[in-house]
Ligand binder design. Structure first.
Ligand code: ADE
Length: 255
């Protein structure tokens, strides 16, 4: 069964250039992902079909009106069922890989893109969840919706070449990714770490685990604090820290 994603937006033309290429494009071609775009303007009443209005109480900027947004949600429900409705807003719950996994399990997502300076608060009663993709303000929810589509599509069965790669990678286990290298073995004087050329799979596994641990400790102490370290992890960190050339945490990973 494909993942069905409905997107409610005043800028439907933003999506195809992004979602029709690369992994999301392949997912659609293979029938793993179906994207429907709904233009809010098509559900706005009146000759002007306006989707925004001035805020009650005054202030600068415009507010997206509830009526056309809810009419769009109801039209989608009539056509394809209720779906899990998500409003993209900087005031929402922060998106994490754990939340991406939850969203990816749902068969039908309805992503509502806010615009302008805000959305009429009464829209909240018609959505199941409000999500922010980070602590910064975009000019609208469209880019955030594309981020969500990308992150959930790559978890759908049959989308990635290697099913294991999604399960093994960064964040899936609360660690940052270890460093990767490809040819040539020397690039402008910088070599590939010797262990990766050794062919010794156990040494390579241990080195990668060590690198992921050291990087996470240096770059993301917030993630590192949440880790439950195995005795091997403790040993790998000790080995790293005892090496004569071991860099300090602060310097780590800033190259
Ligand atoms: N709309 C504007 N900024 C946003 C953000 N950071 N996340 C989700 N939607 C947004």
């Amino acid at each position: 069964m494909p993942l069905v994603v409905d997107i409610v937006t005043i800028f439907p033309e933003m999506f195809s250039p992004v979602l029709s290429v690369s992994m999301t494009g392949r997912a659609q071609q293979r029938g793993c992902l179906v994207v429907h775009l709904t233009n809010v303007r098509d559900h706005a009443p009146g000759r002007h079909r306006s989707t925004d209005d001035t805020p009650y109480g005054g202030g600068s900027g415009m507010v997206m009106r509830a009526e056309p947004l809810i009419a769009a949600l109801e039209a989608i429900e009539s056509a394809r069922g209720r779906g899990h409705r998500v409003l993209l807003t900087p005031a929402g719950t922060l998106l994490t890989q754990a939340l991406v996994r939850e969203l990816a399990r749902r068969p039908h997502l309805v992503l509502v893109c806010g615009r302008y300076e805000g959305v009429d608060e009464r829209v909240s009663a018609y959505v199941d969840q409000e999500i922010s993709i980070g602590d910064y303000v975009l000019s609208g929810g469209e880019l955030a919706a594309m981020v969500i589509v990308d992150a959930v599509a790559r978890l759908q069965p049959g989308v990635l070449h290697n099913e294991q790669s999604a399960a093994q990678e960064s964040f899936e286990h609360g660690l940052l990714e270890y460093p990767q290298y490809t040819r040539p073995a020397v690039f402008r004087g910088a070599d590939v770490p010797e262990v990766l050329l050794s062919g010794n799979h156990e040494r390579i596994r241990r080195w990668r685990r060590q690198q992921a641990l050291v990087r996470t400790r240096a770059r993301r102490p917030d993630l590192f604090r949440q880790l439950v370290l195995s005795s091997e992890d403790e040993q790998l960190l000790r080995e790293h820290d005892q090496r004569p050339q071991a860099t300090t945490g602060e310097m780590e990973g800033t190259r």
